[in-house]
Design a protein around this ligand. Sequence first.
Ligand code: ATP
Length: 268
Amino acid sequence: DDDSVPGLVTQEALKLSDVGGLDAVKKRIYETYLDPIAHPEIAKAFKPQLGGGLLLYGPPGCGKTYLARAIAGELGASFISVTLADVLSKWLGESEGNIHKTFEEARQKAPAVLFLDEIDAVGGKRSNSGGSQSFRNLVNQLLMEMDGIGSDNDGLFVLAATNMPWDVDPALLRPGRFDRVVLVSPPDEPARETILKLHLGKRPVEGIEITKLVKVTEGFSGADLKHLCDTAADKALAASIKRGEVMPITMRELNEALKEVKSSIGPW
Ligand code: ATP
């Protein structure tokens, strides 16, 4: 399917309130994106185009993709997601053209959040071909699209994410590009409480000792916490089907789940 745009386009219903913790990151997102958009007449006095680039970095599973989707949800914008590490080999010699197509599609769909996951993959640093001409061309094309040369980037929000910020091509971080860089850190205690409540709150529960759960999940990512809640829910579901009635999730299921689900972050 040659005409199809690389990447997944969706309309997002997710909101920033669905993202647990990360208060400093959310504040930054309001200041950078959401407040100016809500007050365009004031914002336009200070900058010609609303939008621009933001780089999210941090260990896997702590909410980078989730945050980008929530920003799209808050903006009522289309969400276009491209995992660069996946597509680069598929695009082979046509990477520049495909990058251009992806940006054009996002511009047509504006307001749009274009999410470039694993942005470190274009830097070429992590591959043997580091610094090769084809990677230089690719980075240059990306920079041209970001700079909006000959095109209108108004209403285009380019978010990039990486687990390996040290591998990101420095040219991408210069002013006007991904010049806003935000750490998406693993959840601290209050954040873990919020995330656990978010993922348990939609289900029947009874006698949950939240303080204890928060303590024993030190080092868990948001994704690990979700996995823990899903695993406990599976156990309660199986017990419920056996009994023929809905049995709530209790500490028993959660303690069982804790034997299976461990922190996936490791030393980051
Ligand atoms: P990766 O680096 O692997 O792409 P990521 O940081 O983008 O990871 P997400 O894909 O956003 O992580 O998170 C995976 C899932 O974990 C989410 O879909 C969500 O259900 C849950 N999750 C992660 N962080 C949070 C959070 N802060 N609040 C609520 N849920 C979260």
